[in-house]
Design a protein around this ligand. Structure first.
Ligand code: PXP
Length: 277
């Protein structure tokens, strides 16, 4: 295990103000959207009806989550079509649907009408989403899909690695949001702290660039109760999407407390930043 304190960035020692989330100065609070896929994973392990991801969504929202995220995978390994439709009826905050860019998924999204779609790459054999979407390489299809979704009143986010080319391409496709893939940062965090901080620098640069392009900046993947604080302090961050760590902790503490603890970790990180500013 390495240091837990991130070295101060040299470019912030010149007296300039660190970037904030709005022109008036104060930072906007970072929202937490809870990914409830793995409640469905447990349900499906027995082929029965419990635990119900809908119950999970209600508990998460009552515990203070800003929204609910689910991934409707091509193989329906966890969330199913009927879950997606039912979630739309009961979720009161933001409903964020993660999906691959396929004609089938676009049709389902048009029917479900989540508030936001996050387009992700998908491979059948992967355990979870592995890398970011190569937006630059699939610009034509992603532009068409984005147009269809936005016409249905759905905000569109691209799940991308923190690379300039991908940020620019996301903007060019008409996306309203990006979600920065924090998986690489999270993988390094407990083993090679320096590498994690290097990845954090890349995330920060991508967040600044995206904000400058008029994109709303979200982040997620692999975040847990130890590594979330640094990500919560990214400039112009709007929302974090976290699933596995929260559902994993809920096994021991209950879902309500697991969500509250994650929100507390985010708020604590924000307070440290306010102190530094
Ligand atoms: N963001 C995206 C785009 C994802 O695909 C996932 C996993 O479904 C997450 C966030 C949440 O990742 P984790 O379960 O590791 O918190």
């Amino acid at each position: 295990m390495g240091k837990t304190t991130r070295p101060r960035k040299t470019r912030r020692t010149d007296g300039s103000q660190p970037p904030t989330s709005n022109p008036e100065g104060g930072r906007q609070m970072v929202n937490l959207c809870v990914n409830i896929d793995h409640v469905a994973t447990i349900r499906n392990a027995r082929g029965e009806t419990e635990p119900d991801p809908l119950h999970a969504a209600v508990v998460c929202e009552l515990a203070g989550a800003h929204g609910i995220t689910f991934h409707l995978r091509e193989d329906r390994r966890h969330i199913r079509d009927e879950d997606a439709l039912a979630l739309r009826r009961i979720v009161k905050g933001l409903l964020n649907m993660e999906m691959a860019d396929t004609p089938e998924m676009v049709k389902i999204a048009q029917r479900v009408r989540p508030d936001q779609v996050t387009l992700v790459p998908e491979k059948r054999e992967e355990l979870t989403t592995e890398g970011g979407l190569d937006v630059a390489a699939h610009k034509d299809s992603l532009t068409k899909t984005t147009r269809k979704l936005r016409r249905a009143g759905i905000a569109v986010s691209m799940f991308i690695d923190p690379e300039e080319e991908q940020v620019i391409a996301s903007r060019a496709c008409g996306a309203t949001h990006i979600e920065l893939h924090t998986g690489q940062y999270a993988r390094h965090y407990d083993r090679e702290r320096e590498l994690a901080f290097h990845e954090l620098d890349r995330l920060e640069a991508a967040a600044l660039l995206a904000h400058g392009q008029g994109l709303v900046v979200n982040a997620g993947h692999g975040l847990n109760y130890r590594n979330t604080a640094h990500v919560a302090r990214l400039p112009f961050l709007n929302e974090l999407n976290t699933g596995h760590a929260i559902i994993g902790r809920a096994v021991f503490s209950g879902l309500d407390l697991a969500v509250r603890d994650m929100i507390a970790a985010i708020r604590e990180a924000e307070q440290v930043l306010e102190h530094e500013e």
